[in-house]
Design a protein around this ligand. Structure first.
Ligand code: GAL
Length: 680
């Protein structure tokens, strides 16, 4: 009886109950403003994320429209949000904040669901109207919100996710940090038998001091030999150092030998005596990404010691470079270690008290078989406000050469084209300048001029000084950096130890490869592995282990200068393994000096490839998403035909032969780096 009664009641009221449940479900759906999530989880290329304000702290405003709600960030920016399959949709109005001014900045907004691209905006600029995103999230577990710059220059990319909301059927969205990963060492231990590493081609100008240390791994004691060494050069068979001087422009093919109790290795080495130096990208260390304005002479000596003690010198690492803050800094009166006379009576630059003996310091570094570099700016002040080279270029170049420096990083900062009309009597004008912010002309001749002046001054010196341009990519520097004698030129703003910064700098190099070649390279900035921190306090890199593999692999594919940015005295085994894989480093140092091109890109996976001198190809299969993905390198995209032998370079293991494609699963933000040889 009772059951019958209930069934009848259900038949009568069933539809009404279903309707009521549906209504309550609709009511349960709730909109969560993005601005209410934990924004400390946002990773971004510059500044801090702000709730309901722009990155600079103004009211959110896009194309003249203001918004009271949203997230103000800066490209490259990334936020992970767990929605656990309970989200309905994501909506927002996106654009570049009006605070940057019309036409400035580029920002491209992307919404990813479980690593797959769901929505992408146009590349937006300051002043553009907001673009609406209305993205369905059915079944998605994790949402990723990305702002890239749509190019490799993130300047002014102040990006607003205005009115951004996640609609949830149940639960609440949660902003999360990227997952923790174990640091797995892939590089095998170097063999105890001798192996000669590093560059196979070396440029030197006639009449300049020659220094090359044969980089070789293997048990010590080791002795070195060199067949057909040209007249004027000599080899120290104990240290493997080749020194001397070549008088005439000519190319020499030398055979290098390294021998120990277990065997002997030999390699061909080409010495090209002529106008071009730096034929393969510079490998070394620079003080900025660890010590920044705190750098001292002791730090430089310690870095040189560690380069030798860690064995990195045996893998081809050579330069020990002092960045900014070796000079006097009148703008930092609070710091006595930066004070003193700026130049002597003849106008020659003087170092600050932290660097009391420059010739002694260069001799110390050379005495270890290494080379040494320093830093200046074409304006009156460096980026940190120290004394720089404007109107003293020749004197400074002479000074660097006399001191014994081998490398100059020349950083735009306070330079302005207006300075040029004040040469010879610039002191008054410089005073009027006040601070040390420069200007960013669009005229190519104006951009080239200060670099051409310093290059001419360097050329006059009886010493080879590698010339590294730094001006963050202004005026498409890659198109003309070689014309002003640049051995490399920074293509981007400063790198930081975040995925957003590193990946924007590295992957942003697409399309610039045709401007690189032997002796002149694109430079997406220094390495951010190991203990970094812009001094004095340091921290382990915030890149995950896979991101670090991506960083090193990409920089090697790009034939980028490799300048270690960490405290060399705190090298841990994982960092050391990243910097000492000779098969990986050989991709960077290949004599063909080709920069890899991006041959495939679907938003979350990219394939980059470059030709190697021996007819093989180096290929990077990259995963830009937060989950494992299968990445495919198709022969049709690589320009290959026929069977290829494929070798994993990090693991130094052959993977077999493949006939039309190579595919592999790549971990989140990770890479598989391979080399392919045609099967004869
Ligand atoms: C920046 C440059 C950095 C570092 C710094 C020194 O402009 O990009 O790499 O050299 O100046 O002040």
């Amino acid at each position: 009886m009772r059951a019958d009664f209930f069934i009848r009641r259900l038949q009568t009221f069933g539809p009404a109950i279903v309707l009521a449940l549906a209504i309550s479900a609709v009511r349960a759906e709730q909109a969560f403003p993005l601005s209410q999530l934990d924004l400390s989880k946002v990773q971004q290329g510059w500044g801090d994320p702000h709730a309901n304000q722009s990155v600079e702290g103004h009211a959110l405003s896009i194309g003249g429209q203001t918004f009271t709600n949203g997230l103000g960030t800066h490209a490259y920016s990334e936020l992970l949000v767990n929605v656990d399959g309970n989200a309905e949709k994501f909506t927002a109005q996106v654009g570049v904040d009006d605070e940057v001014g019309a036409g400035r900045g580029n920002a491209q907004f992307e919404v990813l669901g479980d690593g797959r691209l769901l929505w992408r905006s146009a590349v937006l600029h300051g002043g553009d109207a907001p673009q609406s995103a209305d993205v369905s999230l059915g079944g998605i577990k994790q949402l990723t919100l990305i702002v890239s710059s749509g190019s490799n220059n993130i300047d002014y990319a102040h990006a607003d996710w205005a009115n951004a909301e996640i609609n949830m059927r149940a639960g609440a969205p949660e902003a999360v940090s990227p997952p923790q990963e174990p640091a797995v060492i892939l590089t095998p231990q170097p063999s105890p038998e001798p192996r000669i590493n590093g560059t196979r081609i070396f440029g030197v100008r006639p009449g300049t001091p020659f220094l090359f240390t044969i980089p070789a791994t293997g048990d010590r004691p080791m002795t070195f030999g060199a067949d057909h060494l040209p007249k004027g050069l000599r080899l120290d068979s104990q240290t493997g150092r080749i020194t001397g001087e070549l008088k005439k422009a000519k190319t020499f093919i030398v055979t290098l030998h390294a021998k120990n109790a277990l065997g002997e290795a030999q390699e061909q080495f080409k010495i090209v005596c002529g106008p071009q130096i730096g034929l393969t990208p510079a490998m070394g260390w620079n003080s900025w990404n660890c010590f920044a304005s705190a750098v001292t002479e002791e730090d430089i000596k310690a870095a040189a010691d560690a380069m030798v003690k860690s064995g990195l010198i045996n893998h081809g690492w050579t330069y020990i470079n002092i960045d900014d803050f070796w000079e006097v800094n009148p703008h930092r009166a609070d710091d006595p270690t930066l004070q003193g006379p700026q130049r002597d009576a003849e106008g020659r630059i003087l170092p600050n008290p932290r660097f009391p003996d420059m010739p002694g310091l260069t001799a110390y570094v050379h005495g270890q078989g290494l080379k040494i570099g320093l830093y200046s700016s074409p304006g009156p002040w460096t980026c940190g406000g120290c004394v720089a080279s404007f109107d003293h270029e020749l004197l400074d170049a002479q000074r660097y050469a006399q001191w014994g420096f081998d490398y100059l990083k020349y950083d735009w900062c306070s330079y302005k084209p207006e300075l040029e009309s004040h040469r010879g009597h610039s002191a008054e004008f410089v005073k009027q300048l006040g601070g040390w912010s420069g200007s960013t002309p669009t005229d190519r001749a104006q951009l080239m001029r200060p670099y051409a002046i310093m290059h001419a001054a360097l050329e006059k010196q009886p010493r080879d000084i590698l010339f590294s341009l730094c001006q963050y990519g202004m005026g498409d520097v890659w198109k003309w950096g070689a014309q002003v004698g640049g051995n490399s030129w920074r293509t981007t703003g400063d790198i930081r130890d975040t995925w957003s910064s590193m990946s924007a700098n590295g992957f942003g190099e697409a399309g610039e490869g045709k401007y690189a070649g032997p002796g002149h390279f694109n430079d997406p900035d220094m390495l951010v592995v190991g203990y970094v921190g812009w001094g004095p306090s340091l921290h382990p890199t915030r890149l995950t282990p896979n991101e670090q593999y991506t960083h090193i692999s990409l920089w090697c594919l790009l034939a980028s200068p490799l300048l270690i940015g960490c405290d060399m005295t705190k090298l841990d085994p994982f960092t050391l393994s990243l910097l000492s894989n000779d098969e990986v480093l050989a991709v960077d140092q290949d004599p063909l000096a080709q920069q890899a091109s991006r041959v495939a890109d679907d938003g979350t996976q990219q394939v980059w490839a470059k030709d190697m001198e021996d007819g093989s190809k180096a290929v990077g299969l990259f995963n830009l998403s937060r989950s494992d993905v299968k990445v495919v390198a198709q022969w049709s995209e690589l320009g290959l035909t026929g069977r290829q032998r494929v070798r994993d370079l990090w693991r130094q293991k052959d993977l077999g032969e493949f006939s039309d494609r190579f595919e592999t699963t790549v971990p989140p933000h990770g890479v598989v780096l391979v080399r392919m040889w045609p099967v004869k």
